[in-house]
Design a protein around this ligand. Structure first.
Ligand code: FAD
Length: 476
């Protein structure tokens, strides 16, 4: 059951990024009719698709904050969830490197901070150990701090798994619904969206970069989002032997700084920058940003700069003037804000969802656990460290479509593309298909396979299920 006969959802969650999808999944585990809304034509098309994809232990969070607690819990929850759903994760570990005396002097404080955050596995190491762990590091490292549990993960699969499980649990996914106005009618909140009205008794605002705007529609004026752009360079797979773990700088007041990290897809990334903008949609990369990264890379790992770049991208952190996550319930309006989730929401999303459910329960949302929950979805594997369909002889024997490679750079098969269109949340565009399969993401960026992929997409599109069931308000 998704709505009551009056066409009113019990809860509408605005924003189908990692945070909103995790919340919808959690709430759909109770006897509630849940809607998950997004302005875009796909889930995970906002900040959640373009980050550095690190599953953080939370060792460097500010102790005592809500963020520190939820990152720590999120790490545990997402690690466990990844195992159950097949989200690829690699526990590469991280090495935080000190490049000058001041940074070296900061290491004991960082170690102590990690301990205050409940993480006691860091170790301070000298320069010999630094170069033993990362032999291709540039010259001049003075020491480091190891963080053995920092991990890399597929952010796309995280978002898709959470949204898919929400749908499997009965949540109604309403895409192309940009919330523009909010009205209160007879004890029900009416969300006026670009795709018609959506009525709900309770509303959760997980709108990321748009969360402050929605918050004002509910009569609050407590924070302002500033889009903080992070640009990144992705190096070709031939660069992967250069680095097998995350190489971090000593964080500053301005943020976590520029890192080098292997990716779950077998590449190496360098970034991100941190630049405050005014335009909340500006995810373009810039000549200045990329030049800045190359300058950093020259010092960090000059050999990396000799490898080929296969892609660049940028994401926008929802930075805010509030120093911590801002997650609060307004019982009177039956409204919950999950805002200010800047640079750690991939990791913390599932813990944010637990916290939101707790607040909602305390504020009066009846939470009766469902006893008939389906199994979590088993997600297609996009990670290089795990068996992929083109490598799986038994699977190919059973279904030759998994032996038909379409994208040779990323080794994506016709079977995987077909499956994406048959999945509970099929892609609405080539971009969506890329995030579900890795197709066209390799060094040729679709030059060789683009036409074939479009053909397959056209063929599948005709028979693909509709991206979302109609809203109860459609047609008004
Ligand atoms: C460069 C960079 C690096 C990062 N690295 C990491 C990392 O390594 N590890 C980590 O844990 N985190 C990282 N993060 C942070 C992480 O990506 C975010 O915290 C997380 O993705 C936020 O998820 P979200 O669901 O809150 O936002 P989003 O993914 O942006 O989702 C919000 C959704 O709300 C929708 N929306 C907005 N307004 C409306 C409206 N009016 N009506 C309907 N829908 C609306 C949007 O379309 C969007 O889909 C990084 C971020 C960046 C930018």
């Amino acid at each position: 059951m998704n709505t009551t006969p009056s066409g009113t959802f019990d809860v509408a969650v605005i924003g189908a990024g990692i945070v909103g999808s995790a919340i919808a999944r959690k709430l759909a585990g109770y006897e509630l009719g849940v809607a998950l809304l997004d302005a875009r034509d796909d889930v995970g098309d906002g900040t959640s698709k373009a980050n550095t994809a690190i599953l953080h232990t939370g060792f460097d969070a500010r102790p005592g904050t809500l963020e520190a607690r939820l990152v720590r819990e999120g790490y545990r929850l997402l690690s466990e969830y990844a195992g159950r759903t097949g989200i690829p994760v690699e526990r590469t570990g991280a090495l935080l490197v000190a490049w000058n005396a001041e940074e070296l002097a900061a290491l004991p404080g960082l170690r102590e901070k990690a301990e205050r955050n409940g993480y006691d596995r860091t170790e301070i190491v000298g320069p010999d150990e630094v170069y033993r762990q990362v032999p291709h590091l540039g010259e001049g490292a003075l020491g480091g701090l190891t963080v053995p549990d920092e991990s890399i993960i597929c952010t796309w699969t995280v978002n898709l798994a959470l949204a898919t499980e929400a749908v499997l649990r009965g949540a109604t996914l309403l895409l192309n619904r940009a919330v523009r106005a909010v009205e209160e009618r007879d004890g029900v909140t009416v969300l006026r969206t670009s795709g018609g009205e959506v009525r709900a008794r309770w509303v959760v605002n997980a709108a990321g970069l748009g969360a402050d705007v929605i918050d004002r529609l509910f009569g609050h004026d407590r924070f302002t989002v500033t889009p903080r752009r992070g640009e990144l360079l992705v190096y070709d797979k031939l660069a992967r032997p250069l680095v097998d773990r995350i190489v971090l700088p000593v964080p500053t007041a301005l943020g976590k700084g520029v890192l080098i990290s292997p990716t779950i897809y077998g590449n190496v990334m360098l970034g991100p920058t941190a630049e405050d903008l005014t335009d909340r949609t500006d995810t373009a990369t810039s000549a200045e940003g990329l030049a800045f990264l190359l300058g950093k890379g020259e010092k960090l790992m000059p050999e990396l700069l000799r490898e080929e770049v296969s892609a660049t991208y940028a994401g926008l952190r929802a930075a805010s003037d509030h120093a911590d996550y801002l997650i609060e319930a307004d019982a009177g309006r039956r409204y919950i804000l999950a805002g200010g989730i800047r640079s750690t929401g991939l990791t913390s999303g599932m813990a944010v969802a637990e916290h939101v459910a707790e607040l909602a329960g305390e504020a009066g949302l009846p939470l009766v656990p469902r006893e008939d929950l389906p199994e979590p979805p088993r997600m297609p594997n996009l990670g290089e460290a795990y068996l992929r369909p083109y490598q799986d002889a038994a699977r190919i024997a059973a279904d030759p479509a998994y032996g038909t490679v379409v994208c040779f750079c990323e080794r994506v098969t016709a079977g995987e593309i077909r499956d994406a269109f048959r999945s509970p949340i099929p892609p609405a565009s080539l971009e969506g298909l890329r995030r579900r399969t890795r197709v066209m993401n390799g060094r040729c960026q679709g030059f060789f396979c683009g036409a074939e992929v479009k053909k397959l997409m056209g063929a599948a599109g005709g028979s693909a299920p509709a991206p979302c069931p109609p809203s109860p308000e459609d047609g008004r």
